[in-house]
Design a protein. Sequence first.
Length: 63
Amino acid sequence: MLLDWWRIVRSVLSAFLGVQNEHSRQRDFASDSPWPFIIAGVVLALILVIALVLIVHVVLASG
């Protein structure tokens, strides 16, 4: 199960960066349910937004 989640996270990160290859894309679209990819995408997007907010907060506080 952990390997499956790692594959999903890796796939979502590749899609975020736009570097996912065709084989991985076809494998992802052939999966049973899109929900693990949707959940991983939302969680990773939230992590990105929180990280950006923290970085801006730190930069503005140090100025």
